[in-house]
Write a protein that binds this ligand. Structure first.
Ligand SMILES: Nc1ncnc2c1ncn2[C@@H]1O[C@H](COP(=O)(O)OP(=O)(O)OP(=O)(O)O)[C@@H](O)[C@H]1O
Ligand SMILES: Nc1ncnc2c1ncn2[C@@H]1O[C@H](COP(=O)(O)OP(=O)(O)OP(=O)(O)O)[C@@H](O)[C@H]1O
Ligand SMILES: [Mg+2]
Ligand SMILES: [Mg+2]
Lengths: 250, 250
């Protein structure tokens, strides 16, 4: 069966959505059935795939609606999406109040692996109820880390939270890996951060790096993943490598 | 008396912390009494000023401890800080459960304007209880917007939330302005976003732009604002201009 990957990091703007959208697109293009579940009220993964949530959304998934009703095809073959919308922000408050609410998503996605080889949960920038629900539902956590100082600081806190969720909610949760993003090879700052992350986390760090590439930032404004927007860009090429390595680590 | 500015945007990584730290540093350097209150459990503003929260923190401010006990001097004259630490993440859950908890911060900061001309509240990347508390306590909201597509998308949602807080919690809350950050003048994406934001929000948008400048990303790893790390950098110069314009709009 398939695997569920939570794409999480409480630090904002590190490339969670960009990674979820582009990894799913590469895997779908190579023939794998892939699903993106947008768990961020900002709904960036939804618009990054050229969609909007009219009607049902990931909010309904948390409220117990069957996945089959909510996952819908995108214009990209093999790539389905459960879209998000701003109302999801309300779920954060509601989830925080109910006992055992962190398990709702896990129950809703219990059989996702029968229809999809890869499921990506795009998390908001926090360690609140939506991210905890995603960690409770996932087999693996993939952590994008921007090659900058502030992003480095939060890593220990995130690894601690993953361990907490594993011991309390989801014993099968493993760290799939740490992915270095927006690596500007011209700056000393980026190479210092890359070196420090590799020294600290060793094999957990993907060999593939995602360089800073303006094509990756332009693609979402066209509702396209990089491989559809500019297949020959360094950003698109980097996510092919990451996808290959993810399959190796699967 | 002084004014309290919430630096808010639920989109992650748009330059909230960088703006809070550098604006406060410029104003302090020019002789104004400035205070930074770090309301993000990631505590980036705290480390960006070269501090750590041993003991008391902004968590205690929300729990009713007097500001005078919690605000402490930094190595920069005229610049004080209420530091943050990861335990603040727990406050989010606690605040969400108590009636009227959004007003705790506003009460704690009621007389901050007597000791400081400028108070900056650095918010986490969400519209949850910590950011709502900050909006309830603030006179003005300053919204950093990265010159990229995803950051543009969330603006309408944020302006809607600000209006909601003004009508329900804090009638004096006004939008101080929208600040365009990480503007890479070489890319068409940035100039498109700048043009769209100016067309949409007119005079609300600061004339001054903050360019993408690696010195701004390097400075926090030394625990220094840009004007202390590299006073002749374009990043430092940009924040001087923003500070001047903020004083004009004060
Ligand atoms: N490798 C890259 N090179 C250049 N720009 C990038 C790259 N990856 C992402 N971006 C851009 O950087 C910004 C932040 O990326 P993204 O929105 O994917 O991060 P995020 O972690 O999902 O943010 P949030 O915390 O708000 O959910 C976006 O404007 C995106 O287009
Ligand atoms: N003008 C700039 N040029 C280059 N890098 C910048 C600039 N402004 C901020 N940065 C860097 O970009 C990253 C994001 O900025 P910052 O952490 O201030 O954003 P934030 O909105 O506070 O993020 P979060 O949503 O996680 O709180 C940081 O690594 C910071 O050093
Ligand atoms: Mg995102
Ligand atoms: Mg910040």
């Amino acid at each position: 069966g398939g695997r569920i990957y939570a794409i999480a990091n409480q630090k904002g703007g590190v490339g969670k959505t960009t990674t979820a959208v582009n990894l799913a697109a590469c895997l779908a293009e190579s023939g794998e059935r892939a699903l993106v579940v947008d768990l961020d009220p900002q709904a960036n993964a939804t618009s990054g795939l050229g969609e909007t949530a009219n009607g049902r959304s990931s909010y309904d998934l948390l409220a117990g609606h069957p996945l089959a009703d909510l996952a819908r095809p995108t214009r990209f073959p093999n790539l389905d999406l459960v879209p998000s919308k701003p109302a999801l922000a309300g779920a954060t408050v509601e989830l925080g109040r109910e006992e055992g609410a962190e398990r709702y998503l896990s129950e809703a996605l219990a059989h996702a692996g029968d229809s999809y080889s890869f499921v990506f949960l795009d998390c908001p920038p926090s360690l609140g109820p939506l991210t905890v629900s995603a960690l409770a539902a996932a087999d693996r956590v993939l952590v994008p880390v921007q090659a900058e100082y502030y992003a480095l600081e939060g890593l220990a806190q995130l690894v601690h939270s993953v361990n907490l969720v594993r011991s309390r909610l989801n014993p099968r949760l493993q760290l799939a890996g740490i992915l270095l993003t927006m690596v500007d090879s011209r700056t000393r700052l980026a190479s210092d951060v890359v070196k420090e992350v590799r020294e600290h986390f060793g094999d957990l760090v993907f060999r593939a790096l995602v360089p800073r590439s303006v094509r990756l930032a332009e693609a979402p404004s066209h509702g396209l993943p990089a491989i559809a927007y500019d297949p020959r860009s360094t950003g698109a090429e980097a996510y092919w490598k990451v996808a290959m390595e993810l399959v190796e680590r699967h």
